[in-house]
Design a protein around this ligand. Structure first.
Ligand SMILES: [Fe+2]
Length: 196
């Protein structure tokens, strides 16, 4: 097997991965409660269609047919993502689970494109490098957006659990308030430190 054949083989894997993603993302968008999260995954779906096109161009540049070789890794990641959505449809952390599943997908793709670009660089396939670097940068940007959204959702959840703790105290008697107030007084401080 030549190095060029390794490159083509890796491209076939990515071609399968991206095509699986194009099929799976609309369901994930539908499962999002947070509008901003739905929008950013939906715009990444459009980018993903572009990634498929760039892979086709890369095959063409290498004088090869665009053929997919089933990517088991992406299949597994999407299966886990589907499970997360189905299990947590009504749970308050559904969106957070989606950002986790989607981040795994992005990191997997980043690893795949980085590997392919390194081989293409070694072979002096500059046009392929340039083409796939554009995709890599979009995957990285998508990953950063997901991390930021996850942080926001976590901060929201922490703030809500603190609000719940305060309202529980309100419902309890004065004796109970004086008992718990020392413990809960520490909570917001910790939350603030984390958010900062
Ligand atoms: Fe992609």
């Amino acid at each position: 097997m030549s190095l060029k054949e390794v490159l083509v083989d890796e491209l076939k894997d990515l071609y399968s991965a991206e095509n699986q993603l194009v099929k799976a993302l609309p369901k994930i968008v539908k499962a999002c409660e947070d509008e901003e999260l739905a929008e950013s995954i939906s715009s990444h779906l459009e980018e993903t269609k572009g990634h498929v096109e760039r892979l086709k161009q890369a095959f063409e540049l290498l004088g090869k047919k665009a053929v997919a070789k089933h990517c088991n890794g992406m299949e597994g990641l999407l299966k886990e993502g589907k499970e997360a959505i189905e299990e947590d449809e009504d749970a308050p952390f559904g969106d957070l689970m989606i950002t986790g599943a989607a981040s795994r997908v992005e990191h997997y793709e980043i690893a795949g494109y980085s590997a392919v670009i390194a081989i293409a660089e070694g072979l002096g396939e500059d046009e392929v490098v340039q083409l796939l670097t554009e995709t890599l940068e979009e995957e990285q940007a998508a990953s950063e957006k997901l991390s930021a959204k996850a942080k926001e959702l976590i901060a929201q959840a922490v703030a809500e659990s603190e609000d719940d703790a305060v309202s529980e105290e309100d419902e309890e008697g004065e004796a109970a308030i004086s008992k718990t107030s020392t413990a809960s007084a520490k909570k917001p401080v910790r939350g603030r430190t984390k958010a900062a």
